[in-house]
Design a protein around this ligand. Structure first.
Ligand code: FAD
Length: 374
């Protein structure tokens, strides 16, 4: 029997994970996006800029449920494939002001992270009022995106580049001709521009456009906004544990080691701020905060007396987390074109697109199957 054809729009961590799950469910998948993981880094593609750690949000919202389920899926992946670019390290959580509310979540944390424990006062660094430690997954973002990309092609997916003005652009049987699509190969090269003979005919669309959902026609989701995140990438291969440090004034410093020896030092959480490049004063503050809480960010020879200019900086970064008032949207709608077809939306993952990716993709596939049966 001929496979039904599904178009997935968006090739960030959410689009790639979803496309993989749709392929695994037995559909023929074509991926459309303006930016792919093989492209130079751009602020239009948030997935390049993530940390990324997997520490599910607590409580019972859809996001936290998806994050908790994805945590189990990552655990399974790491068990089955030692080459998957996800490392397991301890992370220390320190706060300058103790918040008794935090202790209410200890039981839930213990359930998620069996080695979770509250640190004794004599284990805390100077100036820290409370602390915890537990083991989490750290995703090596560039390696992981490459891993997803290859897995997508291995399963038989194909990819075309286009910036869509609306989802309906994809509904005409001669989509390829009208959009002037470029075929993107596994190595990221453009192999051909579409010719007049190329036609598509989708049974369903899956919308994984992240922040693009704000301006993409047929979606235009006004609940979407960016939460801007600045980070600095450092070379510090000797760091093998993560840190989240809550300052008295509400600032957060975080340190995320990657298998490649790169360390992510962050960061900011600025709602509705679209500024696409680093702000020098913020970069300086992040570095000062970083070495104040972790001298080991400095190379060994500079540790005794060095300052922020002695950090081995690789890159100063900005990413825009695709945040949605009301939370992530995983939902079906219908689009009327030459025929009526279902659109499964899967976007708005904010600061948790990696850590909710697989469960969100699984839910999208469930909705897709239900819609196509209907
Ligand atoms: C500093 C920082 C730290 C973070 N840390 C973490 C972390 O520790 N853990 C975690 O889980 N997450 C983290 N995140 C969040 C995570 O990066 C995002 O949730 C995730 O990358 C969102 O993925 P996405 O696929 O939805 O969007 P994107 O990666 O932005 O992908 C969107 C895709 O849609 C395409 N697209 C959009 N509009 C159109 C259009 N009109 N036509 C064609 N294509 C279109 C784009 O080209 C792109 O391919 C962090 C983010 C930042 C910035």
């Amino acid at each position: 029997m001929k496979q039904q054809s599904v178009f997935v729009v968006g090739a960030g961590v959410v689009g790639l994970s979803t496309a993989i799950r749709v392929l695994e469910a037995g559909y023929d998948v074509t991926l459309f996006a303006e930016v792919f993981p093989t492209d130079p880094k751009t602020v239009k593609y948030t997935s390049f800029w993530a940390g990324a750690i997997c520490r599910p949000g607590l409580g019972n919202s859809l996001s936290s449920r998806l994050e908790k389920e994805t945590l189990h899926i990552f655990a399974q992946m790491v068990k089955e494939d030692p080459n998957v670019p996800i490392a397991t390290h301890p992370i220390f959580g320190y706060a300058e002001v103790a918040n008794p509310e935090d202790r209410k979540h200890d039981a839930e944390m213990k359930e998620l992270f069996p080695d979770f424990r509250v640190l004794d006062p004599n284990e805390l660094p100077h100036g820290v009022a409370s602390g915890v430690v537990f083991t989490v997954f750290f995703i090596d973002v560039p390696q992981y995106l490459a891993y997803l990309w290859h897995r997508f092609f291995f399963l038989g997916g194909r990819a075309f580049r286009s910036k869509l003005s609306s989802l309906s652009d994809l509904l005409s049987p001669t989509t390829g001709v009208r959009l002037g699509l470029e075929h993107v190969a596994r190595d990221g090269n453009i192999t051909e521009a579409t010719s007049g003979s190329l036609t598509f005919n989708a049974s369903a669309l899956v919308n994984c456009t992240g922040l693009g959902a704000l301006s993409l026609g047929d979606v235009n989701d006004a609940a979407m906004f960016p939460t801007r995140g600045e980070t600095v990438l450092l070379r510090a291969p000797w760091i093998t544990s993560g840190l989240q440090y809550a300052w008295k004034n509400g600032d957060i410093t975080y340190i995320i080691p990657r298998g490649s020896g790169v360390v992510v030092l962050g960061g900011t959480f600025q709602a509705d701020d679209w500024h696409p490049s680093p702000r020098p004063e913020m970069v300086k503050l992040m570095k000062e905060h970083g070495i104040a809480v972790c001298r080991e960010l400095l190379p060994p020879s500079k540790r005794a007396h060095g300052g922020i200019d002695d950090l081995d900086v690789i890159e100063e970064c900005v990413g825009l987390r695709p945040t949605r008032r009301g939370g992530v949207r995983v939902q079906t709608s219908w689009l009327d074109g030459e025929k009526k077809i279902p659109v499964v939306h899967n976007y708005g993952h904010g600061g948790g697109g990696y850590e909710s990716s697989w469960a969100s993709a699984d839910l999208a596939v469930e909705l897709l199957q239900t819609a196509l049966k209907g």
